[in-house]
Design a protein around this ligand. Structure first.
Ligand code: UFG
Length: 322
């Protein structure tokens, strides 16, 4: 049995849909940002909190857990600056409770959702796992803190882990049964698609004076189904008994500017966007593009979906109007 904490959330629910094909799965989620309907019905669902040892005890004493995947976190950079306590409490303190329970039940395989935000404002074109981490906001710091805890727990208690640093997750499941649904929505692709559907007046481009070819920020967009596949490979690596304390970037290795993303959305949907140039958003690095060579060499993973595929799948999901 695999425990997926945060399995009702955007990325977690896509992983669960793939994972149930090969494993028994129990999902723990407090539904603070996730959705009960997003959890595949083949998984056992427990509503509860990873910071609550009673909720955890009941799962670990009922099921024989082989590995834990941890997706449950707050993940908005801006919010983390305004309310850091929420981020250190939910992303760090609650995770410590989860790790403590794992230790108590002698479960030592852990897959952790981390982020490109651990790198801060990198000075290199392609970010590798060797690139210096230097988070510039509480969200990125909260994720890096857990990464550091894992290093020590591996040495002291024999934990094995794989840390996956996602770049910009986007897209929806091919069935369009699940997709991205945040309230409020802050991410670029769903915002553009909502505008194209007439649900928003306009799209604000946050900054057009960056040091990039068209002046807008460049990001590395990665399909959620590609992220899900990486988790399954990571789980197989941990369960094979091979010792691992690895950290991997997960991206396409391709950078697209905000303008290019909007143009691709227009092309895929055949609609034309109402775009407004706006001020820069605080804390946005000009360019974040991953090298995912390491996970390709070590686990054989590489992104399969292009930006057009990502947007086409998200569009199919948005057209459902869930
Ligand atoms: N953007 C706009 N207008 C919008 C929304 C976004 O111009 O209405 C721009 C942003 O300024 C940024 C790009 O589109 O340049 C992508 O923004 P998103 O909000 O979609 O994603 P981020 O790159 O800000 O965030 C992602 C993850 C975070 C992670 C961060 C690391 O969602 O969890 O990368 O920097 F922390």
């Amino acid at each position: 049995m695999i425990l997926v904490v945060g399995g009702a959330g955007y990325i977690g629910s896509h992983l669960v849909k793939e994972l149930v094909k090969e494993k028994e799965v129990v999902v723990l989620d407090n539904l603070s940002t996730g959705h009960r309907w997003a959890v595949d019905e083949r998984a056992v669902f427990v509503e509860g909190d990873l910071g609550n040892s009673k909720d955890l005890d009941s799962i670990f004493s009922t099921y024989s857990i082989e590995a834990v995947m941890h997706f449950a976190a707050n993940s908005l950079v801006g919010e983390s600056v305004v309310d850091p306590m929420k981020y250190y409490q939910n992303n760090v303190a609650a995770t410590l409770t989860l790790l403590e329970t794992m230790k108590k039940y002698n479960v030592k395989n852990f897959i952790f959702s981390s982020t490109a935000a651990t790198y801060g404002i990198p000075t290199v074109e392609m970010i590798t796992e060797e690139t210096q981490t230097n988070p510039i906001n509480p969200y990125g710091r909260s994720k890096l803190m857990v990464e550091q805890v894992l290093v020590d727990y591996a040495k002291a208690y024999g934990f094995q882990y794989i840390v996956l640093r996602y770049f910009n997750a986007a897209g929806a499941h091919e069935s369009a049964d699940i997709g991205e649904k945040h309230t409020p929505e802050t991410h670029l692709i769903p915002i553009v698609l909502q505008q194209l559907l007439g649900e928003r007046e306009s799209i604000s481009v946050f900054g057009s004076d960056y040091d990039t070819p068209d002046g807008t920020c460049i990001r590395d967009y990665i399909h959620v189904t590609d992220l899900a596949r990486a988790h399954i490979l990571a789980m197989e690596a941990l369960l094979s008994g091979k010792k691992s304390t690895a950290t991997y970037n997960l991206g396409n290795g391709l950078g697209y500017s905000v303008k290019e993303v909007i143009e691709t959305c227009e092309k895929v949907t055949g609609k034309s966007a109402n775009v407004i140039m706006a001020e820069r958003r605080a804390g946005d690095p000009a360019r974040l593009v991953a090298s995912s060579e390491k996970i390709y060499h070590e686990l054989g993973w590489k992104a399969e979906f292009s930006l057009e595929d990502i947007i086409a799948s998200a569009w199919k999901w948005h057209l459902r109007g869930v």
